[in-house]
Ligand binder design. Structure first.
Ligand SMILES: [Zn+2]
Length: 486
């Protein structure tokens, strides 16, 4: 080894703390490449103004494993939805900016919309978060703007085969090998006003579980329940297999969910259907819970909802659960509503992964809770989404707490179509803001497979592929840094 290179490696180790950097198969060359990559990474993030352009190259190329907090319909860009609306011969209402199946006095074709620049740009801001923070106009609250977007593209988002291919193509281009997407709900609900009334009286687990036993048999007696689940599974399988989503470069699995802002009977029946569907299909790997966590019903019924999860977890011990929890901050809700969401998701609902976890600093016994999350769960970090919806970023974001406490972390996109970002951008933000070591970002990429809901066999396959991808990436980065760091 040349003396200059030996010195360089010693410096790299001391700068990055990376004496155990390597995760996969090791060879002498790979280790040197890895150290050079770590040193280069350190070089581009140092100082007050990290080199964002270099970070964009670095993370576009870096294998990122999987994206575990990912909403299917929120991940497709507006322009793609407009292409689909055009193919379907649908129109756009110029007053409401919604899709219309009929031509009326106030509608235009997609092509006409594109040639009216002002109208087109206005639509982009309504169907996504585009331009929200870089110009001024009469704006809705950011969380309202965000959640409203689903009401626009919802009319056209059901082209699953096309959508899965769009997401796969983007993933492959940015070196993402797995997506675990929240695709849709089963579409079953059983409304029951007597049950709704009863749930208001009983919050003790024993009482609520006997109430839920009764509800379960009523739902089981509904002939449409099984039919809906079978149709739902068939639809997912048809889309997945129809376009051959899985191949040697990429894999996709699905979570289904219920919405948290409905009556107790509707939420419970939708959740029951979700658990049942996941139990029946290998492509469905987990249950989630969606909708604004600060919604009136979500706030009012949060503890009840966690009891629903506890009950269904007991009935379906093999079904995985990831929960949006603590996607809240001070000022958004009353302080008392910031005290327990993560804690209940973990302790009552048994969530294996926590989505967002932003309200951690406000939770009761936050330090004990941190220890328990570290032992029993994983936090899905969504930086862009948290900045837009909650206004939480930089030094206020609890990433700093989770990372220093060594809580298992995965880096995710949430709704990259609405946010107009991608997984690369999330890593760029992470690196520029918090300056983690290369060892740490590499660990996050591996975490995204390790903490996925994939089977052990599939995890092993993807870890092996990640080893090879990192070896190639580090070799390229070593050459690149040699050229520019002379
Ligand atoms: Zn989400």
């Amino acid at each position: 080894m040349k003396p200059k290179l030996a010195l360089f490696i010693v410096i790299a180790f001391s700068l990055t703390g990376c004496s155990h950097l390597h995760y996969g198969s090791s060879s002498g060359n790979a280790s040197i490449n890895e150290v050079k990559t770590a040193l280069f990474f350190n070089n581009i993030i140092e100082g007050e103004s990290p080199n964002i352009a270099q970070l964009n190259i670095f993370f576009s190329e870096m294998p990122k494993g999987g994206d575990l907090h990912h909403h299917y319909s929120g991940s497709i860009y507006v322009e793609t939805y407009l292409d689909w609306a055009e193919t379907n011969n649908q129109h756009i209402d110029t007053k409401t900016l919604k899709i219309s199946n009929d031509k009326t006095d106030t509608t235009v074709t997609v092509n006409e919309l594109r040639s009216d620049t002002a109208l087109y740009r206005r639509l982009l801001t309504r169907w996504s978060d585009k331009d929200y923070s870089n110009h001024y106009h009469l704006e809705l609250a950011p969380d309202t703007n965000f959640f409203n977007t689903f009401g626009y593209f919802g009319y056209v988002s059901g082209s699953y085969e096309q959508g899965l291919m769009v997401l796969k193509e983007r993933a492959i281009k940015e070196n993402v090998s797995y997506i675990e997407t929240m695709i849709k709900s089963v579409g079953y609900s059983h409304s029951d006003t007597v049950f709704d009334e009863n749930t208001k009286k009983n919050y003790d687990y024993k009482e609520i579980s006997s109430l839920l036993d009764g509800q379960l048999s009523r739902i089981d007696g509904d002939a449409s329940f099984k039919k809906k689940i079978d149709e739902f599974i068939k639809g997912i399988e048809k889309a997945h297999e129809g376009v051959s989503v899985d191949d040697d470069q990429f894999m996709m699995r699905y979570q289904t969910y219920a919405s948290r802002n409905s009556t107790p009977s509707v939420v419970f029946s939708a959740l029951y259907a979700a658990f049942k569907a996941v139990e029946k299909s290998e492509l469905l790997v987990g249950v989630n819970f969606v909708g604004p966590e600060n919604g009136v019903v979500a706030i009012e019924d949060y503890k009840l909802h966690m009891q629903f999860f506890a009950y269904l977890r007991k009935r379906f011990p093999g079904v995985n659960v990831a929960l949006h929890a603590g996607e809240l901050t001070l000022g958004m809700v009353r302080p008392k509503n910031l005290n327990f969401h993560i804690s209940q998701a973990l302790h009552v609902a048994g969530a294996q992964r926590i989505g967002h976890g932003v309200d951690l600093p406000y939770e009761e016994d936050a330090i004990d809770l941190l220890e328990e999350i570290k032992k029993n769960s994983v936090v899905e970090i969504n930086l862009t989404s948290n900045e837009f919806i909650l206004g939480v970023k930089g030094q206020e974001h609890p990433y700093l707490i989770y990372s220093v406490y060594d809580v298992p972390i995965v880096i995710c996109t949430d709704d990259s179509g609405v946010s107009r970002n991608n997984l690369t951008r999330e890593y760029v933000l992470l690196a520029a803001r918090y300056k983690p070591s290369y060892k740490t970002v590499k660990k996050y990429a591996y975490n995204s497979i390790k903490y996925s809901f994939l089977s052990d066999v599939d995890q092993k396959t993807l870890i092996k592929s990640l080893d090879q991808r990192f070896e190639k990436f580090e070799s390229e980065m070593a050459k690149y840094s040699d050229r520019i760091m002379k």
